[in-house]
Design a protein around this ligand. Structure first.
Ligand code: SF4
Ligand code: SF4
Ligand code: FES
Length: 533
C-alpha cells in the first residue's frame, strides 16, 4: 500500500523479503535475493520471449504457474520457486527437452558448462520413457567461426535474438515448425562477415553452437580462468582468459555494463596466440663484446645501475601500449630522472571503428592496443605509422620496453653508448642491446590498462611467465630505488600508487577503488565520444 506511489515494491521469494524497483522481473528480483531460477531463453542482454518454460514459478493466489523471466514483481507477492508444483513443472519441461536431445555429453564441447546437463543433473528425470527414435538434424557449418549442431539445440532462440537485436545483422532464423524446428542461415549467406557473431556461442545454453577455434581443444573443467582485459584494442572489453597447460585456450567476455555489456568482438576474441609464443627471452642477457651472456638478475641489475649512473648524452625512452600503466608509468619516471625527452610509443591502428549496433558504446576501436590512452596520460607521444612501424631513432642512451623493434634494421641502436631492452622476444635490432631483460606479458602479471575513455581497469595473471621473467614495473622499481628514487614497490598495487604519486591523472586512485568495473582517471573525458581511436 505504502509503495503504491513509490518506485519500489516489496515481495517475498522463498520466504526472503526483497525490495526492488517497480517493473523488476521476478527472475532478476530473485537474483538480488540470492536465488537462482533455472532458465534457458532469458538472457539479461536480450529481449525475453518466455518460450522455454523452465522458469515457471508459483505466485501465491495466482492459479497458474508464471514465467519468472517476463512477470514483474507486485507489492506483497509471495513467490515460491521450490514448491512442489514449480519443481514438477521443471521436471516435466526437462523431460520434454530430453525427448530429442542426443545426450552426447562425453563428446560435447559444452559439457561441464551446459545448462541442460546442470538442470537435468539437479532435478531432471532419472530415466527417459520414450522408445521412439530421436529426431536427427546433424551438423551445419554456419560460416564464420560457427558450427551448428541441430540435435543439441533446445530452440531457446537466444542466438537469433542476439543477431537481430544486438548485432542487428539478421543472419539467423528459425525454420520449420514444432519438433522439426531448426536454426538456420539464409540460403548461402553465412555469418562470415558479421564481426561480433561468436558471442552466440557464449550465450547458447547448450552445445548447439560451437566455436571452430575451440572445437575439441579442451574439456571445460580442465580450464583455469583469470579475469582480464582484452588487449587487442582501446575499448578495454572485460574478458576471462581460459588456460590449460599454461596456454591460452580461449577468451570470453566478462560482463561490465560500463564498457562491453556481455559482449566482445570476434577480432579480439581470436587474437590470443601471441600470448602463447614460446620464443621468449629466458634470462637477463648482458653484452660481453660481441656476445650476449646470460646472467642472474642481481649481477645484471648491479652492472646496469653502474652504467646508468655513468651515462652521458641524450636519453630516449620507448614504451608499449600492450603493457600496463604500472610498467609504463615507472618507465616514464625513470626517463624523467635520467633527463630524457618525452617518451614515445608505437601502436597499430585499424582503418575504421567497428561498432556493435545494439550496444554502440562497444566498438572495436581504431587503436589496436589496450593502453594507448594510458600512455598519453603518462606523457608518452605516439610515433610511427598505422602499422606501428617507423618513427624510432637511436640516442646515446636508449631504453626500450615491450616494442619488439621488428621493423627496424639489424644495426638499430648499435651506435648507442647504452642500450637497454626490456621485452619478450629477441628480434635482430634488440640483439644490439647491452642489457636484455626478460619481462612478463600483461597476461602473466597483475596490472591496469586505461581504455579509450580514460577508464582504468584491472587485470589478473592468467599464465606463468618464463621462470626468470619479471613484471617490468618490478625491474624498473629496482632501478629507481638504485637511483635513490624511493623504495622498490613490493607488488602491483604499490607500483600503481607510485605511478599515481608521479602522474596526476592516476593520483588518488587505488586498486580498491578500481575494483572489477574500473574507475575513470582524473582527466576531463568526453564519455561516449569515441575519441577517434
Ligand atoms: S542454437 Fe543454442 S542459442 Fe540458438 S536456439 Fe539453439 S539452443 Fe538456443
Ligand atoms: S572491441 Fe576491442 S577490447 Fe573489445 S574484444 Fe574487440 S578488440 Fe578486444
Ligand atoms: S526463461 Fe522464462 S520461459 Fe524461458
Amino acid at each position: 500500500m505504502a509503495n503504491e506511489q513509490t518506485e519500489n515494491v516489496t515481495c517475498r521469494i522463498n520466504g526472503i523479503e526483497v525490495t526492488v524497483p517497480r517493473g523488476t522481473r521476478i527472475i532478476e528480483a530473485a537474483e538480488q535475493a540470492g536465488i537462482g531460477i533455472a532458465h534457458y531463453c532469458y538472457h539479461p542482454g536480450l529481449s525475453a520471449p518466455a518460450m522455454c518454460r523452465m522458469c515457471l514459478v508459483e505466485i501465491e493466489g495466482v492459479p497458474k504457474l508464471q514465467p519468472a523471466c517476463v512477470s514483474t514483481v507486485a507489492e506483497g507477492n509471495n513467490i515460491l520457486t521450490e514448491s512442489e508444483r514449480a519443481r514438477e513443472s521443471r521436471k516435466g519441461t526437462l523431460e520434454f527437452y530430453l525427448i530429442n536431445h542426443p545426450l552426447d555429453c562425453p563428446v560435447c564441447d559444452k559439457s561441464g558448462e551446459c545448462r541442460l546437463q546442470d538442470f537435468v543433473h539437479a532435478e531432471g528425470p532419472k530415466h527417459g520413457r520414450l522408445r521412439d527414435a530421436k529426431v536427427i538434424f546433424g551438423q551445419d557449418d554456419f560460416g564464420g567461426n560457427i558450427l551448428y549442431d541441430g540435435d543439441r539445440c533446445i530452440m531457446c532462440t537466444r542466438c537469433v535474438r542476439f543477431m537481430r537485436e544486438v548485432a542487428q545483422d539478421d543472419l539467423l532464423g528459425v525454420v520449420q515448425r514444432g519438433h522439426r524446428s531448426v536454426i538456420d542461415t539464409f540460403f548461402e549467406q553465412g555469418l562470415d562477415d558479421s564481426p561480433f557473431h561468436t558471442n552466440i556461442v557464449d550465450i547458447c545454453p547448450v552445445g548447439a553452437l560451437l566455436d571452430k577455434d575451440f572445437l575439441h581443444k579442451a574439456r571445460v573443467w580442465d580450464l583455469d580462468h583469470a579475469p582480464s582485459i582484452c588487449p587487442n584494442c582501446s575499448q578495454g572489453c572485460n574478458i576471462r582468459i581460459d588456460t590449460r597447460d599454461n596456454l591460452v585456450q580461449r577468451l570470453r567476455p566478462r560482463a561490465n555494463p560500463d564498457v562491453n555489456s556481455y559482449w566482445m568482438c570476434d577480432y579480439g576474441r581470436h587474437s590470443y596466440e601471441w600470448m602463447n609464443g614460446t620464443d621468449r627471452i629466458e634470462a637477463p642477457l648482458v653484452r660481453d663484446g660481441e656476445r650476449l651472456v646470460a646472467q642472474n638478475w642481481q649481477p645484471a641489475m648491479l652492472a646496469l645501475l653502474d652504467r646508468l649512473k655513468q651515462r652521458a648524452g641524450s636519453v630516449r625512452i620507448v614504451g608499449s601500449p600492450m603493457l600496463s600503466n604500472e610498467d609504463n608509468g615507472l618507465l616514464a619516471r625513470l626517463g624523467s630522472l635520467l633527463g630524457a625527452a618525452a617518451p614515445v610509443y608505437r601502436s597499430a591502428r585499424a582503418e575504421d571503428e567497428v561498432v556493435l549496433p545494439g550496444f554502440p558504446k562497444l566498438a572495436r576501436r581504431r587503436e589496436l592496443a589496450a593502453n594507448g590512452r594510458g600512455l598519453s596520460a603518462l606523457g608518452f607521444e605516439r610515433v610511427g605509422d598505422d602499422r606501428a612501424q617507423g618513427g624510432l631513432t637511436s640516442a646515446d642512451v636508449l631504453i626500450v620496453l615491450g616494442d619488439e623493434l621488428a621493423d627496424l634494421p639489424a644495426d638499430f641502436g648499435r651506435d648507442a653508448s647504452l642500450f637497454v631492452y626490456l621485452g619478450h622476444r629477441l628480434h635482430p635490432a634488440a640483439r644490439n642491446a647491452h642489457f636484455v631483460l626478460p619481462v612478463s606479458t600483461f597476461a602473466e602479471q597483475e596490472g591496469t590498462f586505461t581504455n579509450f575513455e580514460g577508464r582504468v581497469q584491472r587485470f589478473w595473471p592468467a599464465l606463468q611467465p618464463p621462470p626468470l621473467a619479471r613484471p617490468a614495473w618490478q625491474v624498473l622499481g629496482v632501478l629507481l630505488a638504485g637511483l635513490d628514487d624511493g623504495p622498490a614497490p613490493a607488488d602491483a598495487a604499490n607500483a600503481f600508487l607510485r605511478v599515481g604519486s608521479f602522474f596526476e591523472p592516476f593520483a588518488g586512485l587505488t586498486y580498491e577503488m578500481i575494483g572489477t568495473r574500473g574507475a575513470l582517471m582524473n582527466e576531463p573525458v568526453a564519455i561516449g565520444a569515441g575519441g577517434g581511436d
